[in-house]
Design a protein around this ligand. Structure first.
Ligand code: GRF
Length: 203
């Protein structure tokens, strides 16, 4: 399986997936990494591991569709079959969605359907939630609305800031995102309607 990763920032989730690919836990290859920010550390991480890394500047395109068409072209050029959004801070259009049906994953730092959209940790703190976490889901046309693959919960502490809560959630992100990618690579994710079933390995 060839994976394409889209990122905008640090890329710690990308790193977690790279690590499990390199140890052979995930039987797949990260074929390319695309970032829409030239200074995204995710690009640096890719280069360090010999993964083709591209800065695609969204400001150089006429609109979201034109940008996504360039993303699709790059991904197709590398034979990508699974697209992993890892901190990619852009709304994606049907151009990308329709090119990779049920083959785009995202991780969101809350227990969906609670707290979708931006600043999920801040939303959880402001709401007074006592438990939050993260969700890996397939991407559909909505914002953080697609079929849920895996979730993990963490407690919210009374003295949490956005940063301390985000850090606690990230530990779980780095655990469940590679796990979801692995299940996809093993052909074990079955999607019916909005429900994802994890099937057993048939031997
Ligand atoms: C993560 O918190 C993820 O939940 C959100 O963006 C952040 C990306 O972090 N979608 P990183 O770039 O993988 O370190």
């Amino acid at each position: 399986l060839k994976i394409g990763v889209l990122a905008s920032g640090n890329g710690s989730n990308l790193q977690a997936i790279i690590d499990q690919v390199e140890t052979g836990v995930i039987q797949a290859r990260i074929a390319c990494v695309i970032a829409n920010k030239s200074d995204a550390f995710a690009l640096e991480r890719a280069k360090r591991h010999g993964i083709p890394a591209f800065f695609l500047d969204h400001r150089a395109f006429a609109g979201r569709e034109a940008y996504d068409a360039a993303v699709v072209e790059t991904l197709r050029g590398y034979g990508v079959r699974l697209v992993v959004l890892a901190g990619f801070m852009r709304i994606i259009t049907p151009v990308l969605l329709e090119a990779f049906p049920l083959s785009i994953m995202n991780i969101h730092p809350a227990l969906l359907p609670a707290f979708p959209g931006l600043h999920a940790q801040r939303q959880a703190l402001q709401y007074g939630a006592k438990i939050s976490g993260c969700t890996v889901h397939f991407v559909d046309e909505g914002t953080d609305t697609g079929p849920i693959v895996i979730q993990a919960a963490v407690p919210v502490m009374g003295n949490d800031t956005e940063e301390t809560l985000a850090a606690r959630i990230q530990v779980e992100e780095h655990r469940i995102y590679p796990q979801a990618v692995r299940l996809f690579a093993e052909g074990r994710l079955q999607v019916v309607g909005r429900k994802v079933t994890i099937t057993d390995v048939i031997s």
